[in-house]
Design a protein around this ligand. Structure first.
Ligand code: SAM
Ligand code: SF4
Length: 384
């Protein structure tokens, strides 16, 4: 149990909570602020890094991920100093993956080279749509031409560039999505994140939806067709889904996100960042203060962590199952039994196999493409 996390690896997540503008669909912890003191932020990140490293000495650090928010608003010197400190505090893996999420505006593209000098070796860009009307509807402040230009610059600076698209958007049809996805695949990508639009409570889209004013969203059936078309088109282009929403050429998978899905350990610093840490043989879930100012104050007084919960075996088994069933490689049944101390319910396993939702192969349980389309229901049956 003490070493279970090694099956997933060890990573560092750094949350930057600011954006130029708030997108109406987004419920990530992101804020618009004109007064950001990068020196103060850097001092707080470095303090949190030292605190986390004191608890996890001697570990090999496999990945760093700058997420947000919009980390491409960070000064390159801030990014460089965080990477340098992380390298000094842990043992950096030889092939350490260091990703930064970027918005595809021209200003951020101008900083890409400096992020590369800082040590970033992978960029993940929020392109969202390859259609200007839809970008406007999504409240994005970039155009398709800007996104393409930013992508080209990213490509000239980094070997590894991924981008995100959102589908099942207002007024989108299966045919327009097929054409758009094919266009995306024609760009020289080896990794794509393709998310079905989710209407989140507490967002501007959530409010509009509740009032019946968010028109033209595809019905559930059309969204499911778009999901299946996504699998088919990406498979045909050599970028199969290695996770529900993530597609890569074999070998180009996001190593950082694999740590989450393989239920490894990760330190999460910055406002609202989550972590999972195995300490003295026990796995803990950690959370930090959500509000940027509360977090800054808390760090100045000692630490930004707002809660730490010890996970019992049942929690760990459930978390491992929920994460790894998202992956094409699926669940290691022995590992599940060791973590959770229980067996999977045989009757439900049989019926899920009969329904074509899962496959069982020696020690591996995997969701089929149809199973992944209704993954929450499959997981409920497995955890019964
Ligand atoms: C933290 S955000 C993005 C990083 C960056 N700030 C950006 O927007 O370009 C990560 C990704 O989640 C996806 N996303 C956010 N909210 C979503 C929603 N409600 N439905 C579907 N995808 C969403 C978007 O594709 C976005 O790029
Ligand atoms: S989608 Fe990205 S840019 Fe838009 S508010 Fe969310 S984090 Fe910020």
């Amino acid at each position: 149990m003490a070493d279970d996390w090694r099956n997933g690896g060890f990573g560092l997540y750094v949350h930057w909570p600011f954006c130029e503008a708030k997108c109406p669909y987004c419920d990530f912890n992101s804020h618009v602020s004109r007064n950001i003191d990068q020196k103060q932020w850097l001092a707080c990140y470095l303090s949190e890094l030292k605190r986390a490293a004191a608890e996890t000495p001697d570990r090999v650090l496999n990945t760093i991920f700058f997420g947000g928010g919009t980390p491409s608003l960070m000064a390159p010197e801030t990014v460089a100093a965080i990477i340098d400190e992380a390298r000094a505090l842990w043992h950096p893996a030889n092939d350490m993956e260091i990703t930064l999420e970027a918005n595809p505006g021209s200003v951020e593209a101008g900083r890409f080279a400096a992020y590369g000098d800082a040590g970033v070796n992978r960029i993940s860009m929020g392109v969202q749509a390859l259609n200007d009307d839809d970008l406007r509807r999504l409240g994005r402040i970039h155009t398709v031409a800007e996104a393409r230009a930013a992508f080209d610059i990213a490509h000239s600076c980094f070997d590894r560039v991924s981008f995100d698209l959102i589908y099942a958007r207002q007024h989108q049809t299966l045919d327009t999505w097929r054409a758009e996805l094919t266009e995306a695949l024609a760009m020289a990508v080896d990794h794509l994140s393709l998310y079905q639009l989710t209407i989140e409570d507490g967002t501007a889209f959530g409010d509009r939806y509740a009032l019946g004013k968010l028109r033209g969203l595809p019905e559930d059936d059309s969204a499911a067709d778009m999901y299946l078309a996504t699998q088919e088109i990406c498979d045909a282009h050599g970028l199969p889904a290695y996770e529900v929403s993530n597609h890569a050429r074999p070998g180009a998978e996001s190593q950082h996100n694999l740590i989450y899905w393989r239920y490894g350990d990760y330190v999460g610093i910055g406002p609202g960042a989550h972590g999972r840490l195995t300490l003295n043989g026990h796995k803990y879930a950690t959370e930090t203060y959500l509000s940027p100012n509360t977090w800054l104050t808390a760090v100045a007084q000692g630490q930004g962590e707002s809660s730490r919960t010890r996970l019992n075996r049942q929690d760990q088994g459930a978390e491992y199952l929920m994460m790894c069933m998202r992956l094409d490689e699926g669940l290691d049944i022995d590992r599940y039994m060791i973590l959770s101390g229980r067996e999977l319910p045989q009757r439900n396993l049989n019926s899920l196999v009969d329904l074509g939702m899962i496959t069982l192969d020696e020690n591996r349980l995997r969701a089929t493409s149809n199973g992944r389309a209704v993954l929450n229901a499959v997981i409920r049956e497995l955890l019964e």
